[in-house]
Design a protein around this ligand. Sequence first.
Ligand code: SF4
Ligand code: SF4
Length: 183
Amino acid sequence: MGLFDPIKGFGVTFSTMFRKVVTEEYPEVMKVTAPRYHGRHQLNRHPDGLEKCVGCELCAWACPADAIFVEGGDNTEEARFSPGERFGAIYQINYLRCIGCGLCIEACPTRSLTMTNEFELADDNRQNLIYTKEQLMAPLLEGMEQPPHPMRLGENEQDYYVNGPQLARGEKPTEKPTEGAVR
Ligand code: SF4
Ligand code: SF4
């Protein structure tokens, strides 16, 4: 240790004493995150309330922390949860493992899985940090209906992806070409 090192050290302490103090008043004042902050996940819905998840498990395979568990199920005409053949029957994310990398949402082919800005993911027991499908599902907005229910926006899955974005913006669906028509 040099002769002047303690003086240098006290210099740092002394200069810090005059800096502006930053006081976070969380949880009384919630911190505003960056718009694309990777917070709690959400499983999204089509504009009629049917689920976008098709139970393909690509999110689970993409996850480097093995934090996602998905089990797909078959839709039937009596009980339909998504427009296609399959839906996510069981869906869980373990927030004890999740590192918020976002690889799962990149892997999702239907944009079912996205991340919200919600960052309060702490608890005092492990079980509460395994979020179930019910906890992750997006809320039902106006005009949405709780599944299971029949397809309201078309005859098949493709109609949902062709018309879904327009319907979500409150626009008219794309008209189907009549049979034999030249496009
Ligand atoms: S954000 Fe990353 S770690 Fe968390 S569930 Fe998705 S892929 Fe896994
Ligand atoms: S959230 Fe997306 S990637 Fe994951 S199972 Fe559902 S559709 Fe597949």
